[in-house]
Design a binder for this molecule. Structure first.
Ligand code: HEC
Ligand code: HEC
Ligand code: HEC
Length: 369
């Protein structure tokens, strides 16, 4: 009996070796699959996504209907997906049509929000469909889920306004929405997400106007060198040289802060205030105000120029960033360990309350009731 098993195994190994070295299966992308094979492969892919997406929950800070989040998803789609998939009203490049499988034109029909999140987060092996570039930033791909579930309602003009800030922006954004010296690729334009006034285009991206030059250089260098993970910002910051970073930082820090944070529908601002100002000795929570407030015309900027302003930043970013410093991926920029220590003892409730307080803390400049 043992002889037969050993003989069988040896024959299998020989067949495997022959297959490997003689390579009879033609991997040429130019040769179509046998009839039905592509359908089977795609069917398997759909099942694999559906099964894995079933247990995912939409995080509480995420509102998939939020126009800001949808714009951010469209904005990143222009950075990271359009080259392969085309976009509403923008055809695919003939080069990618030679891929097998070719990246399909997308539609909201095929998947739900959790499935879109899973696909944007994980990608597909052996297809060219990439995983999310900020490997552990599980918060970020929700913007893509928000956009893709609305994909069919966009035409070219609406897509360009969302992702580039103006109709026709796919062609001209590099010039008008640049924010960078000289002519640049449209998808590198900073203002298409952060706004020409640096105020974040009403919740599309964090506010930058009036942040210190030093902080802006620190965080941009951190994205550019992989010391702070973000699938949105790493690909955009990586090609920027030191001089460009310095120029951008000077430009945004010179803009007037005038921040009005967008609050989240969760969190108790009064309790957030208490925590922020006094900390909580029993739970090892430091006072946030000691580091993040006390300077500037409204007293709401930090005293040290290497610390970011957070008063009046949108609740969404404060929430996501506190979770990032607490749960990882913790940035490895020079002073990030201070925030890791400050965030470690916070509960989810503390984080929601602090986000509520700081989003509403804008120096009394709020004009809406
Ligand atoms: C380098 C090319 C490439 C890039 C860039 C790319 N994809 Fe894909 N994508 C593919 C390919 C190829 C497939 C097809 C996989 C298949 O059908 O087997 C695919 C499949 C998909 C699907 C499933 C479509 C379907 O009909 O089943 C979605 C959704 C998707 N991609 C979203 C995105 C998003 C969102 C981005 C940007 C974050 C992106 N892709 C970036 C190549 C790409
Ligand atoms: C597709 C939209 C998009 C574009 C385009 C974009 N950003 Fe961002 N930016 C974001 C998002 C989203 C974040 C938050 C990332 C995170 O959570 O770490 C961010 C974060 C930042 C931060 C850190 C803010 C802080 O206080 O932590 C800086 C600085 C920044 N971006 C500068 C730039 C510059 C400079 C450019 C142009 C080269 C640019 N961004 C282009 C979306 C964008
Ligand atoms: C010891 C000083 C210190 C304390 C205390 C502190 N922070 Fe920070 N905070 C920093 C520094 C420094 C950074 C920048 C870290 C980096 O380089 O990634 C930061 C970053 C942040 C960010 C990210 C801002 C951005 O623009 O990316 C948020 C949000 C934040 N802190 C909120 C808080 C809250 C809420 C508390 C109170 C629980 C707190 N911090 C306590 C020093 C502090």
């Amino acid at each position: 009996m043992r002889r037969y098993i050993l003989g069988g195994l040896a024959a299998l190994a020989a067949a495997g070796g022959a297959f490997f070295f003689l390579a009879p299966y033609n991997i040429a992308a130019s040769v179509p699959h046998l009839p039905g094979v592509a359908n089977i492969l795609h069917g398997y892919l759909g099942n694999a996504v559906a099964i894995r997406a079933r247990s995912i929950e939409v995080p509480r800070q995420v509102d998939l209907q939020d126009p800001g989040l949808i714009r951010l998803g469209a904005g990143h789609f222009a950075t990271g997906c359009l080259t392969c998939h085309g976009a509403p009203g923008i055809p695919r490049n003939p080069v990618v049509e030679g891929m097998r499988p070719a990246p399909p034109l997308l539609t909201s029909e095929d998947y739900d929000a959790k499935e879109f999140w899973w696909i944007a987060r994980h990608g597909f092996k052996y297809t060219g469909m990439p995983a999310w570039p900020g490997e552990k930033r599980e918060d970020e791909p929700w913007a893509l889920a928000a956009f893709l579930t609305q994909y069919d309602s966009f035409d070219r003009e609406a897509f360009e306004i969302a992702s580039f800030g103006e109709a026709g922006g796919y062609d001209s954004a590099g010039v008008r929405f640049g924010g960078l010296p000289g002519a640049i690729e449209p998808e590198l334009a900073c203002a298409r997400c952060h706004g020409e006034d640096g105020l974040g285009r009403d919740g599309t991206a964090p506010k930058l106007a009036g942040q210190s030059e030093e902080w802006l250089v620190t965080v941009l260098e951190a994205y550019a060198t992989g010391h702070r993970e973000s699938g949105f910002m790493e690909p955009l910051a990586a090609p920027l040289g030191d001089e460009t970073i310095a120029g951008i930082a000077a430009r945004y820090s010179g803009m007037e802060a005038g921040w009005q944070g967008r609050p989240l529908p969760i969190g108790d601002a009064a309790r957030g205030r208490e925590l922020a100002e006094q900390g909580d000795e029993h739970n090892d929570i430091a006072s946030c105000a000691a580091c993040h407030e006390g300077a500037g015309p409204d007293g709401l900027s930090p005293r040290r120029s290497d610390t970011p302003r957070i008063s009046g930043q949108d609740g969404y970013w404060i929430y996501n960033w506190l979770k990032m410093y607490r749960d990882g991926p913790v940035p490895t920029s020079p002073r990030a360990h201070l925030m890791e220590a400050a965030a470690k003892p916070l509960s989810d409730e503390d984080i929601a309350d602090l986000a509520a307080w700081y989003a509403g803390r804008d120096g009394g400049k709020r004009s809406d009731p």
